[in-house]
Structure formats: C-alpha cells, structure tokens
Design a protein around this ligand. Structure first.
Ligand SMILES: Nc1ncnc2c1ncn2[C@@H]1O[C@H](COP(=O)(O)OP(=O)(O)OP(=O)(O)O)[C@@H](O)[C@H]1O
Ligand SMILES: [Mn+2]
Length: 572
C-alpha cells in the first residue's frame, strides 16, 4: 500500500469521526435544552398520529362529545327543578312539596362540625396574615372562654343558629325583628328564605339596559342574557333565558377553543354551536383537596367548582352579580384538542397513565408538571357565560381599595391601619351613591366563600358609577373549609357599615328555618357535576353567617348607632 492510499483512508476515518461527533454533540445539546422531563411529551406532541389513533379508539368506546356524554342531563332542570317556582310567591305552597321531593327536610338533624368548638378555630393559626387582626381574635377568644359563645344544637334546624348560634347574636336578631317588624325587611322564623329573598328583590328597580342592546333582536339564550343586562343586576333569575342559557352551555356542541390571554392561570374561551361563548376553567383536583397550607392566596390553584358554587351563592343572596356558571364534562380530544390552534394543541399529550392531558401556556402552573388531565379523556370544568364583547359594552376596571399586597413580605395599608374607610369615604366614587355599600357586599360575599383574591372589580361603563359590581373570578374561593378569612371582611369591620337588604338576608339565614348550607346544597343539586362542594365547605357557610352577624353586633357594641351601621340605601 502506497503512502497516498494510506493517507486517504485515514482521512476518511477522520471525516467519519468528525460527523459522528457533531451528531452526538447536537443530540446532547437538544437533550440538555429540553430536559429529560419533557422528552416524552415533546415526542408525543410532535407526533400527533398516536393522538389521532388514541382519539379514534376512545371516541368509539365513549361517545364523541361532551354533548353526547351528557345527553342524560337533558332531562334535568338546570335551575333545580322548581327553582323558578320557588322564587315565585304564588307557588309558595307547592314549594314545600318540591323541597320534600328533592329530599329536603328543614327539620332533618344536620351534621355538627365537631371541631367548631375547638379553640384552633378562633385563633386562625393556619394563616399568619390574619394574626394581625388582634381585635377580632381577642374578641373571639374572650367569647370562647365564656363557653356559651357557640352553642351546638344538633338535631334542630333553625338556619345557621342550628349549629352555630351565638347568644349575643340571638339578642341582636330579636332587636332586628322588632325594628323592621312591618317592613319588607322583616324577618320571622317560619317563612321560607326564598320567599323572603323574593320579597326583597322585588323592590329592585332594574334600571335601563346596555345602550348598544336597546334595539337588539335576540334568538339565542346568550344574546338575550346580553340584552337583558340592567343597571342594577347582571341577570334576572325569574326570566326563562337563564335556565336556557345554563342548559345551552352544557348541551351545545363545542365549535371552537382558544386560550384566554390575561390572568395568571389557564382558562379557555369555548365557542358553542349557537355562537355563544363561555369561559372554561378546568378541574385540577378532587373536591376534598384544600388550599395547600404553604401556598399564598395568589399562588393558590383555581377551582372550577368554586366558580360554580359562587354563582349559586351570589344568586341565593339575591345579588345577581356573578355571570351564570355551570359545570360541564368535555372530551379533551374531541372538544378541545381537535379545535385548538397549533400553539395550544402542542401542549396536549398522553400521560404515562394513558390519560389525555394538556397544560396550555400561562404564568402559573402551565407546564408538564402541572398537567390538566381527563379520566382518561373526559374532563370536568366550569363554564361561565361570557359577558358582552367590550366593543359593545365597555367595562371599567377598578382597583379594590382593600386590595392585598400580593407580596410574600409586604402588607397592604389596610392590614396595618384601621382608617382606610374614613379616607376612601371622602373620595369618588365612594363618597356618593351605592358604591361603598357594594364594596361591603362584595366583602360579605368573599368572606362567605373565603376568597382572598379580590384585587380588582369591574363595572359596565354605560351605567356610570351608579351600578352593581361584577363579582368575576371566584376561582380561588372555597379553599379552606376550617378557616374563616377575617381579613376578607375588613371593609365591613373598618367601615362598621352594612346594607340593610344584605343584613336582612343574613339575619334570615341565621334565623331559619332554612340554612345557607341547605339552600346551597339544594340549588347546586341541579348542576350536572353536582355535588359541587363537599360538606365541610357547606357547613363553613353557616358558621360564617353567624360570624358576620357577630361582626355587625360588635360595631354596635363599640358605640355606633343603629342607623350609622345599618344603612337603608334602597338597593336590594
Ligand atoms: N364571564 C366572563 N366573560 C368575559 N370576560 C370575563 C369573564 N370572566 C372573566 N372575564 C375577564 O377575564 C379576565 C380574567 O379572568 P379571571 O379573573 O377569572 O382569570 P384569572 O386567571 O383568575 O385572573 P387573575 O390571575 O388575575 O386572578 C377578567 O379580569 C375579566 O376581565
Ligand atoms: Mn383568579
């Protein structure tokens, strides 16, 4: 072999080694960049053919879409069978029978929360931010020492009183009854809560519609919902369209899916065959799972069932400020993946357990370690009716004066000082009209649901400042059933004020015969993904009704006069 032949062979070897090295280095870089965790999902997302095969297989065995999967729900009345009738005074006699038909018996003994009397419930140890609230803690501790602060009376049903009666509140309720004896706000212990509620809401002046919808011709339920939005309420529960809207959100075929930008966690805009749209928040955890003790409120996961429960609670309180919301089970493949754009579709994958999962893109929990998964393909979520597009009905976003700091280290002004109310009372829009009392209503609502995440609120610009506040975004509510968020009610405690119509409803819920937990259980029973709340969260509602009344009572005890604390602004 000559020298040149030998040299050529070595050169070939060298070239071959070089190419192999380049390939290996590239592969190493690829693995390093994507990380071993994502290898499986990257492969799965790139190669959608296996998803198509799996989809076909599962669709065959489970029905094509959520509409079909939920066809049996068609027979169900989305507003609780005879809710319409319950709210109708003329049918009040039928009501008892209807309630009985639904297994509702006001005289049934209720499960008593055995832990309620324990001291830990009053010291709020599981959330340090509220430990600054010395005053209320001292007050509650003091009462706890008196032992009769909370008397458990399992066996009888008298509203929240049944399990969570407070001696001083009983006396306050008696005074309330005598002061408003012959007024629409009168409270007795016999009549049904829904009759009481109806009497109060019937006093409401609805006000005009949104300007752009004055001459609207409507066919679909969502169009009617938009055109029926009024100055003083988002919807009217007595109108037939609400029932149809809830039903349509469950039954209509999904025709488009898009990820909603803005906010921190994943939400999808789902368009249905009638062109109506809903905001879909997917289920992440079982109902029993509570907020992780080491999570701040702003890092807490959103709960789809909290959105549904909040809608029912808001309706039962007669506020009508939460967009109609209902549970729906969707097919991750047919209803979501098939209709997603490329960016969203790439985040879908088959999990090692064989479940259909996705994670979308957002700032919190949108990665493959926090997947949203079907079982194996059907996924539960909440569908909130979309508000009118901003091009037709502009909304104004307001900073909540009692906004939290959203920082691990800082506290907000109102958490360190008690005079925020005195300051904002002087300022627009809180110095006139209904706004300040609406903020206090929102605090009552958030205290009941345990929602610490109320940084902003919105109103419809058409109605200027004299309008209701939208109670949007309740996804972080109902996170801790044994903990009552006293700081959520700071606006009421610091202003020492409450709207008469709201107080009257709370007094009625305390007095019975219906308790808030029973009414909620009954109202939510109509939802396709019922049970919406586990028992401990329902019991918490009754406990919080008692505490709310105690907070009002302590304002009076501080020397404020009745009319300074309880404000009749005519808004119901
Ligand atoms: N039913 C609805 N129809 C139309 N828009 C809505 C609806 N609900 C919420 N939005 C809009 O979408 C935005 C985000 O919704 P939401 O607040 O529920 O999401 P989020 O991720 O929980 O937000 P954040 O992280 O800020 O708490 C809201 O600020 C609101 O403007
Ligand atoms: Mn939120």
């Amino acid at each position: 072999m000559g020298y040149w032949t030998y040299a050529r062979r070595r050169w070939k070897w060298f070239l071959w080694l070089l190419v192999t090295a380049v390939v290996l280095i590239n592969a190493a870089i690829f693995i390093g960049l994507t990380g071993p965790r994502d290898q499986l999902s990257v492969r799965q997302m790139e190669d959608e053919s296996h998803l198509l095969i799996a989809r076909k297989r599962l669709n065959k065995s489970r029905g094509n879409s959520s509409g079909q999967a939920y066809a049996d729900w068609e027979q169900k009345d989305p507003l609780g069978g005879d809710r319409g009738k319950h709210l109708n005074q003329e049918n009040s006699q039928k009501q008892d029978q209807n309630l009985a038909d639904h297994g509702y018996d006001a005289n049934q003994p209720k499960e008593v929360d055995a832990n309620y009397n324990s001291r830990t419930n009053y010291t709020y140890k599981d959330n340090e931010e509220d430990n600054d609230d010395e005053e209320i803690i001292e007050l509650l501790k003091e009462k706890d020492d008196q032992e009769d602060y909370v008397q458990q009376k399992g066996g009888q049903s008298h509203g929240a009183r049944a399990n969570y009666s407070i001696t001083q509140v009983d006396q306050f309720v008696q005074k309330f009854q005598s002061v408003y004896k012959n007024s629409p706000y009168a409270v007795d212990t016999e009549s049904k809560y829904l009759i009481h509620l109806r009497r109060i809401t019937s006093l409401r002046k609805k006000g005009p519609r949104l300007v752009d919808y004055l001459h609207e011709k409507c066919t679909h339920s969502w169009e009617i919902f938009h055109s029926e939005i009024r100055q003083h309420a988002l919807y009217d529960p007595d109108e037939g369209y609400l029932k149809s809207l809830l039903k349509d959100m469950v039954m209509k075929e999904v025709v488009d899916v898009e990820q909603k930008e803005g906010g921190t966690q994943i939400k999808l805009i789902i368009t249905l065959e009638d062109d109506g749209q809903s905001l879909f928040k997917p289920m992440r955890f079982p109902r029993e799972q509570e907020t992780l003790p080491d999570h701040f409120y702003f890092a807490d996961y959103e709960r789809h069932n909290a959105e549904i429960a909040a809608f029912h609670l808001d309706m039962l309180l007669g506020f009508h400020r939460v967009p109609p919301t209902v549970g729906r089970v969707v097919n991750v493949s047919h209803d979501l993946h098939r209709l997603s754009n490329k960016k969203l579709a790439r985040t879908f994958f088959l999990s090692p357990a064989g479940n259909w999962c996705f994670h979308g893109s957002c700032s919190y929990y949108c990665d493959s370690s926090h997947p949203i998964c079907g079982h194996p393909i059907m996924l539960e979520g909440s569908m909130a009716a979309f508000l009118p597009p901003v091009e037709r009905a502009k909304r104004k976003t307001w900073r909540n004066p009692w906004k939290r700091s959203y920082s691990k280290h800082r506290k907000a002004y109102w958490e360190l000082n008690n005079d925020l109310c005195d300051k904002i009372k002087e300022k627009e829009p809180y110095n006139t009209g209904r706004r300040l009392l609406d903020i206090l209503d929102m605090a009552v609502f958030d205290f009941l649901t345990g929602n610490l995440d109320r940084h902003h609120y919105e109103t419809f610009q058409d109605f200027d400042n004299e309008t209701f506040l939208l109670h949007l975004d309740n996804g972080r509510a109902f996170g801790k059933s044994k903990y009552d968020c006293i700081s959520c009610i700071a606006p009421v405690r610091q202003c020492c004020m409450i709207r008469l119509s709201t107080l009257s409803k709370l007094v009625k819920l305390y007095s019975g015969p219906d308790s808030l937990s029973t009414l909620m259980r009954f109202s939510m029973h109509s939802d396709p993904v019922d049970p919406i709340l586990v028992e401990s969260h329902l019991q918490a509602l009754d406990r919080r009704v008692s505490k709310l009344l105690h907070i009002i009572l302590s304002c009076l005890a501080k020397g404020k006069s009745w009319n300074e604390v309880i404000i009749d602004d005519g808004i119901t």
